[in-house]
Design a protein. Structure first.
Length: 270
């Protein structure tokens, strides 16, 4: 069949489906603009209503996705595709996509579980799946962490919802532990008194419960103390670093030795 013979059929198809195609494209373009405006409006509404910061990114993403799905279905309907046929096509496509994107669906389910059971929220410092950082945002498929050195870590929600996790921000107080060593022959009671004095002088360390100081180990090169103190969670690292520095400086002034591993070598001559 020549092109001249096909031309009438092509023109018939253009006249029949052309207006529908143009209309569908216009609806799609205008629809995406409307979806964006509605999503931004919904986001502002959440901010006005003071919704939990953990929920905002998830809800905004979910609403945006649902509106786009409705838009695409509307466009297909505009082109003359019957709803029964569309449902059958979507069902078959959904099964295939579901099998191909099983991991993505698992991440979606994980995001829902995280928001339902709330093992952490935005702003918490967590340790999960080998990564540590502050929770920056919880999205539909993943959670974003910010590390102390300002790196961005993206963790899939599927593994995050089923794996083990440590949340350092759940409790208002944390315990700081130190191991402090002195040399054999140094005054144990004096060392305990110096540590107690340093702990009492730091206003960030709680007085109740009292600071715990005890000899924990007679090691190879040192007599080791275990020191435990309770502080507000926000003061944990500051107290930890400052106490290490203060112990080192004060022990030197008080004549207490902080030993280091050493070895005595004896040389025998024939």
């Amino acid at each position: 069949m020549t092109l001249e013979e096909l031309m009438p059929q092509i023109l018939d198809l253009i006249f029949e489906y052309g207006p529908k195609l143009v209309g569908a494209i216009l609806v799609l373009v205008i629809g995406f603009w409307v979806v964006k405006a509605m999503t931004n409006g919904f986001k502002r509404l959440l901010e006005v209503r003071d919704i939990d910061a953990s929920l905002k990114p998830f809800l905004v993403s979910l609403v945006s996705m649902l509106l786009k799905v409705i838009l695409v279905i509307s466009v297909l309907t505009t082109m003359g595709i019957e709803m029964t046929s569309l449902v059958a096509i979507l069902g078959a496509a959904g099964l295939a996509v579901g099998m191909a994107l099983s991991g993505t669906l698992q991440n979606f389910a994980g995001g829902v579980m995280i928001l339902l059971f709330r093992p952490f929220k935005v702003g918490d410092f967590i340790d999960a799946l080998g990564h540590s950082g502050s929770v920056h945002a919880i999205h539909i498929f993943n959670t974003i962490l910010k590390t102390p050195d300002n790196k961005t870590i993206i963790i899939p929600n599927g593994g995050l919802s089923t794996g083990s996790m440590t949340n350092y921000s759940t409790e208002p107080k944390r315990r700081v532990d130190w191991t402090v060593g002195i040399g054999y022959g140094d005054d144990v009671d004096k060392a305990k008194a110096v540590i107690k004095k340093l702990a009492d002088a730091d206003q960030r360390i709680h007085k109740d419960p009292e600071v715990f100081i005890a000899v924990s180990e007679l090691a190879d090169s040192s007599v080791n103390f275990t020191v435990r103190a309770w502080v507000d969670a926000a003061d944990y690292w500051g107290v930890n670093f400052d106490m290490n520095e203060n112990i080192y400086k004060t022990f030197a002034k008080e004549g207490l030795n902080i030993p280091f591993p050493q070895m005595d070598v004896h040389v025998h001559k024939d």
